[in-house]
Design a binder for this molecule. Structure first.
Ligand SMILES: [Zn+2]
Length: 273
């Protein structure tokens, strides 16, 4: 049925809670044939599929982050233990090397001490050797601490390795699931996208324009079937006289309260009562 059909008289009025900027943009009321109403509802069904994919696409970075975050935590947990182990090993080697040169120095002084000629020189050597001995004790103590740290890290290593392997397995599973869901939604999206054009062609041209605005606002349903005299989108009850007009002319109107497109279908009414 064309735009110049029988029921284009009334202008939409009233509150615009759902689609507030739209009052002047609202379409003039237009009579829709049952086929046009059907096309509009089918269009909405397809659009909901398109929107689901669009929403999924927007959500993807967050969903991926949810998968990646525990993996990152497990990875850095293992890296931390490995770094602790490497540090302890390096430090312990440093201590060993210091200890070796300390001992070599001690032995050198010991040999030299045997060749001294007087007590003063002997005491000087003794003093220096005692200092080296003290240093050796302290180095040994430090070396032991690093060995303990190495052992601790070595003990923790299997756990963090297992945790990382587990996190990798879980992440791979979750990622595969997510990829499969994305692919499935895309398949549904692409199928639906191909079917929308012929449906848009089936409704009066002013309807899709307003419909697209509602779709852009994103609050489904955009086309609300009138049930028991009320908008099925927001529950607003249309005045009885208005309902009578709608039924007689099958007008498409917009809900005074939420701005959604209202369609009335006889069969729906039968189910409703
Ligand atoms: Zn409504």
């Amino acid at each position: 049925m064309s735009w110049n059909g029988i029921g284009r008289v009334l202008l939409a009025r009233g509150s615009t809670r759902f689609f507030s900027a739209s009052r002047e943009l609202r379409p003039k009321e237009v009579s829709l044939s049952p086929e046009e109403i059907q096309a509009l509802l089918e269009l909405q069904e397809l659009d909901l599929k398109l929107l689901e994919y669009e929403r999924h696409q927007k959500e993807l970075p967050r969903l991926i982050e949810e998968i990646e975050a525990p993996l990152r935590t497990a990875r850095s947990g293992k890296e931390r233990v490995e770094a602790e182990l490497a540090t302890a090993r390096t430090q312990q080697r440093g201590v060993e090397s210091d200890l070796a040169s300390n001992n070599a120095q001690f032995k050198k002084l010991q040999t030299q001490q045997m060749g001294v000629r007087n007590q003063i020189e002997f005491e000087a050597f003794k003093h220096e050797m005692e200092a080296l001995k003290d240093r050796a004790d302290s180095l040994e103590e430090t070396g032991l601490k690093w060995i303990e740290r190495m052992e601790e890290a070595n003990q923790r290593l299997p756990d963090v390795t297992t945790s990382l392997e587990q996190a990798e397995r879980l992440a791979a599973e979750a990622r595969a699931k997510l990829d499969a869901k994305t692919a499935e939604l895309k398949r549904i999206h692409d199928e639906a996208a191909e079917l929308t054009a012929p449906l848009i062609a089936k409704v009066p041209p002013q309807v899709p324009t307003y419909y697209r605005r509602l779709r852009g606002a994103g609050k489904a349903p955009f086309v609300a079937v009138i049930r028991r005299g009320a908008c099925s989108g927001c529950g607003f009850r249309h005045p009885a006289q208005r309902m009578q007009e709608i039924k007689q002319s099958r007008r498409m109107l917009v809900c005074e309260q939420c701005g959604r497109i209202q369609v009335w279908r006889e069969e729906e009414e039968r189910i409703g009562f």
